[in-house]
Design a protein around this ligand. Structure first.
Ligand SMILES: [Zn+2]
Length: 317
């Protein structure tokens, strides 16, 4: 079943990506004629700490054209250089990000961090590689970009520095703490904390007021990570991979959503429902989440919960 599900989710994902690509191609001519700006890419630059900025995307999914940023990015300026986080999904947006950095500082971009392997955060690596800037990722990110992103990003620029443990980046006297976490993307999730400003970039561990993409994750591990981060970074400003800048309460609210999915999936198990019956019984999006964006992901969230929890949890004695 697992194998089958992997196939089904790959197909579903492929369909979503294909729609996105078709829309992208249809709008390509317009996009090529118009120079990218934050406005056309639906991005807002926000200062989130002393010499720390986030570029926050205001799109739903899929976006209206290929040059609208899907995810958020980060810019951390130190004493002698800059760290950039998640350079969006294509070269043009990666270049837009670099040009925004140049407006903020004369210091060079020394490092780029990919918070995980998904193409919406790594496709812009091409712009970074072209400038010979060091790209950092975790674990199996190179293999995952080459194999799992093949359809959405056939010629990826993969990171050349791989961390396999918690690590620190120093920009002069400013330290950025990189920490490995679990839950979203099968062993490539890494978060970045700047202790002097209490700012935390969590990548897709947080989708803020948006349905999360969980088909590639682990619901139970993700819940644990959200609890852990909410405790550890209780007073931090938190920049999600998708959605507005937030804090620990936004971590708590995503945890609440995942926990509801978990309970629903355990109930399906008790009732002995088939996947089709389970999805049908879940019905509409619950009231609490009706304002969430990325609503197209809700049905696949239900399927993932069925696969990961209903099929694997032990029946009640
Ligand atoms: Zn993402």
């Amino acid at each position: 079943m697992n194998h089958l599900w992997r196939k089904v989710s790959a197909l579903l994902l492929g369909t979503i990506f294909s729609c996105f690509l078709v829309i992208g191609i249809a709008n390509n001519t317009i996009a090529q004629q118009t120079p990218l700006t934050l406005e056309t890419s639906l991005l807002t630059l926000e200062q989130v700490g002393d010499n720390i900025y986030a570029l926050i995307s205001d799109t739903d999914y899929p976006p209206d054209n290929e040059n609208i940023a899907i995810c958020n990015a980060g810019i951390v300026i130190g004493d002698d250089g800059v760290l950039v986080i998640d350079p969006f999904h294509n070269e043009a947006l990666g270049n837009l990000l670099l040009s925004e950095v140049a407006k903020l500082t004369d210091l060079p971009v020394k490092y780029v961090l990919n918070t995980h392997y998904h193409f919406d955060h790594t496709g812009g690596n091409k712009a970074i590689k072209a400038q010979e800037i060091l790209i950092i990722g975790r674990g199996t990110i190179r293999e995952d970009m080459l194999v799992k992103n093949r359809e959405s990003d056939p010629a990826p620029a993969v990171p050349s520095l791989i961390i396999n443990d918690d690590s620190n980046i120093w920009l002069g006297d400013r330290v950025i703490e990189l920490e490995e976490v679990a839950g979203h993307s099968g062993g490539t999730d890494v978060i970045a904390y700047i202790p002097d400003a209490k700012v935390l970039f969590v990548g897709d561990i947080l989708f803020n007021q948006k349905f999360p993409y969980i088909a590639d994750g682990d619901i139970l591990a993700w819940e644990e990570t959200l609890d852990y981060l909410s405790d550890k970074y209780a007073d931090a400003t938190i920049i999600p991979g998708h959605g507005e800048v937030g804090d620990r309460y936004d971590l708590d609210s995503l945890k609440g959503y995942l926990y509801e999915l978990e309970l629903m999936a355990r109930k399906w198990q008790e009732l002995g429902l088939s996947e089709e019956e389970a999805i049908a019984s879940a019905g509409e999006i619950p009231k609490a989440y009706q304002n969430y964006r990325f609503q197209g992901l809700y049905p696949s969230n239900l399927k993932t919960a069925y696969q990961q929890i209903t099929l694997k949890s032990a029946p009640n004695p």
